[in-house]
Design a binder for this molecule. Sequence first.
Ligand code: TRP
Ligand code: ZN
Length: 877
Amino acid sequence: MSSSKEVIYRKDYQEPNYVVKSVDLAFVVEAESTLVTARIQFEVNPKQDKNELFLNGVDLELVSIELNQQQLNANKYDLNERGLSLHDLPDAFELKTVVKIYPSQNTALEGLYQSGNFFLTQCEAEGFRKITFYPDRPDVLAKFTVTIVADKEKYPVLLSNGNKISSGDLNDGRHYCKWLDPHPKPSYLFALVAGDLDYIEDHFITKNNNKVQLRIYTESKNIDACDFAMQSLINSMQWDEERFNLVYDLDEYNIVATDDFNMGAMENKGLNIFNSKYVLAKPETATDQDFINIEAVIGHEYFHNWTGNRVTCKDWFQLSLKEGLTVFRDQEFTADLQSRSVKRIEDVRYLRSAQFAEDASPMSHSVRPDSFIEINNFYTLTVYEKGSEVVRMYHTLLGEEGFQKGMQLYFKRHDGSAVSCNDFRLAMADANSVDLTQFELWYSQNGTPQVYIRENYDAGKKAYSIDFMQAAPDNYKGDVAWQPMHVPVKLALYDNEGNPLPLNDAGDLQLTYELKEISQTLTVNGVEHQPIASLFQGFSAPIKLHRQIGHKELAFLMKHDTDSFNRWDATQEMQSQIIIGKYQALLDNKNYNCPKYFIESFRHILLDDGIDSALIAEAITLPSVKSLTLKLAKVDVLKLFDAKEWLIKEIAYQLEVELLSVYNQNYDSSDYRVNSEQVAKRSLKNRCLSFLLQSNKKEFAGLAKDQFIHAGNYTDKMTALSLLTHQQVDGFEDLLGAYFTEWQDNPLVINKWLSIQATIPASDTLIRVKQLMELPVFSMKNPNAVRSLIGAFCGANITQFHAEDSSGYQFLADQIIELDRINPQIAARLAGLFNDYHQYNDEIQHRMNEQIKRIHTTDGLSPNVFEIIDRAVGSIN
Ligand code: TRP
Ligand code: ZN
């Protein structure tokens, strides 16, 4: 393992010395090792005009090297653990290398590795250098031809990018397949799969009348669980043609599912590789959320074909160019196919609890970072989710038509090349003849901007005004002083009966007001009485809003706001106020009673037939402890947890009858389908059940048991099992045991079983987790298992991870250190769970910091874990 901790800076970007005209790769795949022959045609880049070249190469056994068909003398190149330097090169030449690699020993799951009994690759971001010597950077694009040779019986399926151009049998029981990808691409989009896999097949006819063959490959035991993914792929192709006018550009599209994968999925050209969690689903074994996630991830990877592959990134600092944009596109896809309001609420809920936390942490970075040690650490919520919010703001400012004009210009200018976030911004600006210079700050300034507002109604002048003041995030880290951003504020005003008021002379009832200054005032004239404002509708900018707002105004907005997002947001704000009120009281040892108005408004929402069940379900889901933590400082997290639990119990006691009746009304025994109506009913019903179980009454435990036994679908079954387990209702161990016996051969199902147990809020859970780690269904080598057990315990079991004896912190540190030797990427993800230490009170911080420092002083850390932990240590005061 390389021990280099070199920092890479965006400002040091240099064009490549040589470009690649074409690459021809040949793989001879065998059980123990694989031989890779690369023939690469290089041509000097006239802009650089240098006759030397560095090729990345890591963990490669060099067998031979030839330049223009001549064996290359050892004094003509330098080889170290990072790669190969060549000197005195001609302007054009062919390099041929043969290397040997050992995929079955590769536990980092980067490069070529083994999963079950097949081989596959993961090259983004810098995995190709573990396959062959190559300029492994995203701005070197080339046409790839790939030949794979392997034993026909053991490895009947041989896949790579592009279209298959030939195949056949060799003597000695081997066969070969040859693939050509006509679209020039960077090495990170290369993929190869070899093994014994089954597939399902369908096709899609593009609007250019090209028939595309679609296949999904899995191990044969899973072949009956791919149909939903296939339909999702077809939906994605259809949607991208309709909404973005983007058409697929090869004759085949292949997806391969694997149980061993570091992330969600990978958009390799024509050959996507997926974590099986985002492909496999049957009604008996997948929840509603699983189905919805599959559709979204299949969409995401498909949409990358244009936003990522046809137009790619100049360097890895531009990652959000493809990821922010593609997340925006997948969010819109889900919004168009499912419920737009629910999708927006869920995305913002996630952003505010997880991305805002990252923004406030030692890992805080801008959407386009300026430096990194390990790029894999920057596949973050900031790059993905905040990046998507940044793209959404163009859409808000320019409208759908203007945004699509920008997209067209972007493709017209940059198809087939590697570009930057700036190029995207300029395409949006130029296509619409607007100035988006200030908008650049969304890419360069880290942290969550804050907006303070002051409202003023002048009854005499009948004028209502809002002063907006922008402020820097607390942890802004830029070299130059923070500057105010270009912030779109979508807003409306209502009179006291809930009628929208005209906002200007044109009579607009809703408008997008653009903040550009540190402080700016919007005045609306002709307002007869004190109005109520709905601000940042649809969460029109990823900022933290500081607004003094009372419960009457919140109740008003819950009722009258035409913006469904802000109606929901008002419910969350009221709930936060109550939980924080209780929390303060717990800290001060004072009494705090749940206000009557709160219960009344909660009852009103719960029983409102005028609102969609899905939105009721969202409205009665209380804010996460994480998002509440971010509103406070020096948090006693166990007390905050107690405050939230107290509110859940208050609601359960006071609204028992209502919750039960909504539960019963939404019990649906019709045939299971994943449509928005059924999904909404199930989610509302199950949220009611979770409140009811908190009242600790036997009859409700019985209700959950009935649901577990009689459920006709997996969502209901899993919810019931999880609630019974978390409440440790009599007999829950037997239910878990029976579940295990039934599903032990299905890793996806077992991972849920692990997570349920990892999140039991009881003092013996850590012991249980350690016992579960001993079972054969758990392996440190499998990222999904690690996330489901260790990740769930440390990330989602607040009371036990934060146990006062520090056992949770010690456990996490131990696991990070051990896992780092197996899979540094996943170890670094776990290390990120320490990043919120600074949100807590001194005593908690002290105990977390002990463990952070212990990891920091461990020898031989990977650059991945080192970077995360070093940043954390660096910000300990
Ligand atoms: N580009 C992939 C996506 O977002 C994600 C990705 C990056 C990835 N690096 C990875 C996936 C490593 C798996 C393993 O669609
Ligand atoms: Zn992506």
